[in-house]
Design a protein around this ligand. Sequence first.
Ligand SMILES: NC(=O)c1ccc[n+]([C@@H]2O[C@H](COP(=O)([O-])OP(=O)(O)OC[C@H]3O[C@@H](n4cnc5c(N)ncnc54)[C@H](OP(=O)(O)O)[C@@H]3O)[C@@H](O)[C@H]2O)c1
Length: 298
Amino acid sequence: MRIAVTGASGLVGRALVPFLRRAGHEVWRLQRTPPTDDHDVLWRSADRQFRFDPALRWDAVVHLAGTPIADKRWTDPQKAQIEQTRGALTRQLVDALVAMLEPPKVLVSASAIGFYGDGHETVLTEASPLGRGFLAEVCHDWEAAALTAQAAGMRVALLRTGVVLTAEGGMLGKLLPVFRAGVGGPVGDGMQWLSWVHRDDLLRLIGLALTDERLAGPINAVSPEPVRQGDFARALGAVLHRPAFLPAPAFALRLAFGQMADEVLLAGQRVVPEVAQRCGFVWLYPQLAAALSAELSP
Ligand SMILES: NC(=O)c1ccc[n+]([C@@H]2O[C@H](COP(=O)([O-])OP(=O)(O)OC[C@H]3O[C@@H](n4cnc5c(N)ncnc54)[C@H](OP(=O)(O)O)[C@@H]3O)[C@@H](O)[C@H]2O)c1
């Protein structure tokens, strides 16, 4: 397939591009930085428009771009940036794709399990309703924008992604120095559910979504075994052979991160991948201990 990828320089994208190329696909990167090879297409960030030659032809697009959601305190400008680079940006991308001479047939668009809000103990499937809060609204707008591509005949798969595990960055990358120093531990009371996916499994799920006609609409991109936050901390400590009992108290997180602490760090989501399981997807890393060992063992 000829596949265009937005956000190709990110944590997921920079592994996805070689993964898809190794599988024999021709991969184009839609990026904000100047092209470095003839399969790079510049997206002009100054006027926030995707401008590419409408005569280009792609069979599918994987849309990963957007300002990081959990990197900074959610000030008003930061929230506006998160909203703009999910809803509006996705709408602009879809408009540009629809205007191509031969629009792609498939759009695989990232979303997040933040769609479900704080689910407490509820087991969340793709059929579960939209949750409450800023992140849930952002995910809803992001997905609605991607789904407008259906009107042009595209199959749209929405990957509601859990915490992506790789030692290269993201949540695990941030926790590693703390845990290696022996001062890691559970976040808050440690009882909240954490739904995660090893990056290799996410790449394989994106690969499946590109080719399997059955995959349309929301797909929970998580492992089948979510864990409680406290168990995650203990498993990480065990793999690193370090103590992991120093909690990060909720009040300190709220002080440091404000609303983001409540919606991302202290909220729990017990998400199960019902759609992927129904399609027969087999995880390389269904269990946390093996996923962490694969990333962190020497
Ligand atoms: N990592 C996770 O744990 C996780 C969990 C749930 C959902 N997700 C979602 O999955 C997608 C991929 O995740 P990721 O971890 O690979 O993200 P990431 O590392 O933050 O990378 C996202 C990419 O988006 C582009 N980007 C950054 N700021 C932008 C802006 N202001 N405007 C437009 N584009 C911008 C950049 O690509 P260029 O510089 O190449 O344009 C960047 O490399 C994201 O949408 C993310 O929200 C990730």
